[in-house]
Ligand binder design. Structure first.
Ligand code: ZN
Length: 87
């Protein structure tokens, strides 16, 4: 098994920058990718704007980190959540 190409889960967290969450995007979701750069590309493909935020106040809207199930618990998949929203 090649550990380098094994996909990993990343945690995408939406911060309520400006005092609100974007209603059409999940507040928390996972992304399956081979590394964090690929996870960023996938997120952007689905409309996540990493430049969004409230500079000097609430901070960035989106945070991406490694998903740790023992800390974060069960988190739905981003693409599944977006497909559900479309239905
Ligand atoms: Zn703010």
């Amino acid at each position: 098994m090649n550990r380098l190409t094994e996909p990993k889960l990343f945690l995408l967290d939406q911060n309520n920058a400006g005092g609100y969450f974007l209603p059409n995007l999940p507040e928390r979701a996972t992304i399956t990718a081979k590394d964090i750069n690929e996870a960023i590309k996938i997120a952007e493909m689905y409309g996540i704007d990493f430049d969004d935020g409230c500079e000097g106040c609430c901070g960035d809207r989106w945070y991406l980190s490694e998903y740790e199930p023992e800390i974060h618990g069960v988190v739905p998949d981003l693409i599944d959540e977006l497909l559900k929203a479309v239905k």
